[in-house]
Design a protein around this ligand. Sequence first.
Ligand SMILES: C[S@@+](CC[C@H](N)C(=O)[O-])C[C@H]1O[C@@H](n2cnc3c(N)ncnc32)[C@H](O)[C@@H]1O
Length: 282
Amino acid sequence: MEGREGGFYKILRGIGSVIPTTYLKTFIYLNGIAAFRKFLYKSIGTFYRVDHVYDVIMEFKENYNGSFSILEFGVADGYSFTKKLNAIRYLKMEDRIITHGFDTFEGLPDLTEQADNALVKGAEWVKGTYHGRYENLLNYCRSKYKNFELHKGLFEETLTDEFLKSLLKRPPILIWIDCDYYSSTKAVFDKLIPYIPTGCVIYFDDIYFNFSSRFTGEMKAVWEINHGKFAEGIELVHDSELSWNSNRVYRFINLNQKSNYERKNHVKGDPVRRRRNDSPFP
Ligand SMILES: C[S@@+](CC[C@H](N)C(=O)[O-])C[C@H]1O[C@@H](n2cnc3c(N)ncnc32)[C@H](O)[C@@H]1O
């Protein structure tokens, strides 16, 4: 477009004009300029799934009273589960947060729905993969931590009424969905929705399955929640700050919640900003 080229475009033209052949121009562009730009972009702006765990715990430590839960659906060998336990310890919240891990520990169950399936050949989930070592994880966690529980079995069986009631005393602040299938994600939300307070952070590990299509996988559950297919008065709002450049992290909105969080500091006085000066400075 006439007159719209920026400085980067001009530099590229300059560099291109001094490189002799098309092959060399292409090689230098791909291996030098494009690779450097991608590296910079990825190292500065890319989502890393541990960051939000610390951010969420700090947010609730600083701003809210009470005790909480963190729930992980899909634990496998406990790679991310024990990182959560460490985050809670590091941030000195062991007396206020229990982490619950749910898994068969026998790997992925059978595919039950078309919506669990890959649309690209070779990308299918396979029954039995992600087989964990339940006893090993239990012993390891017991040797280091107290504030955890592992729930062995299918989600639809381990999300008992008794467990759900316990969430009224310790509402979840972070729910990790890392169970690959649409059907498993649905099984979780079918039971859990009334017990998730407004503001709870929900993380979806496999949101990019089938290019994040709304017809399959975890994204189908996100889409259905936001189109009233699970229940009325609920919504998943994308949290752009916690998500960085991804679409993995959401805040749950729930008009029919059974419990909610209590802020430490209620807004005191009138928060109006008094006029000071008209410059861009505050
Ligand atoms: C990708 S792995 C979890 C990885 C783990 N979070 C980690 O960071 O290493 C997915 C897990 O979900 C579990 N899973 C999937 N559907 C399930 C269901 N309906 N009930 C129980 N576990 C399920 C599988 O057993 C598997 O271990």
